[in-house]
Design a protein around this ligand. Structure first.
Ligand code: GSH
Length: 199
């Protein structure tokens, strides 16, 4: 299995998930501007979508789209989901919100939006963080243990840090407890982010 990622991109959530379950996997970073992988391969040959994450399975099939990849991992490893008849649906509900509402709201921050676009994005992001914070069911989204949805949320909490955005105290606490997890530290170290975190 091989994960294609870019440092601090949404693919960090998949990277953390694979580390959390202790899978042995290969990983290769992708330069999103040049669409070249670290070994010099044209990333469009891996996926013509040209964006990360992409996960190449052992049978040669390539999975794309963060929601689908995180859902696939938590289906293989149910400890990263939540139990019960609606468990998978609730996690998908959270992943979809994170992807289509929160992740999307960050675009002007990453892509040289105008000051007005950035101010609007900041207000939208704040609103989403408040909503999420008021719906936590414990230290993490669904209680006392993180799910794949927390890994996705964590990446966006790192983005908030990157762009100096305040987050509600429960989400700052969630981010801090995620950072203390060995699997998270392994994934961040592999992406060259851990030293930066601890500098
Ligand atoms: N629809 C995709 C979007 C993934 C996405 O936005 N990836 C970003 C990094 S977080 C990326 O690779 N951007 C580079 C590009 O679109 O050229 C998903 O949900 O997985």
């Amino acid at each position: 299995m091989k994960l294609y990622y870019s440092p601090l991109a949404c693919s960090l959530s998949d990277h953390v998930a694979l580390e959390e379950v202790g899978l042995s996997f290969e990983r290769e970073s992708v330069n999103l501007k040049t669409k070249r992988t670290a070994s010099g391969r044209d990333f469009n040959e891996v996926t013509s979508k040209g964006y990360v994450p992409a996960l190449v399975l052992d049978n040669g099939e390539t999975l794309t789209e963060n929601i689908a990849i995180l859902d696939w991992i938590s289906t293989q490893y149910p400890s990263l989901g939540i139990p019960g008849p609606l468990g998978r649906t609730r996690v998908l509900e959270a992943l979809t919100y994170l992807s289509t509402e929160l992740h999307r709201s960050f675009k002007p921050m990453w892509h040289a939006g105008s000051d007005a676009d950035k101010a609007r994005a900041k207000a939208t992001i704040n609103g989403h963080f408040k909503f999420i914070s008021s719906h936590l069911k414990g230290n993490y989204l669904f209680g006392g243990a993180p799910t794949v949805a927390d890994f996705y949320l964590f990446v966006m909490l790192l983005w908030a840090e990157r762009f100096d955005l305040d987050v509600p105290p429960p989400l700052a606490a969630l981010r801090a407890s995620m950072k203390s997890r060995p699997a998270v530290q392994r994934a961040m170290r592999a992406e060259g982010l851990y030293q930066e975190e601890n500098a």
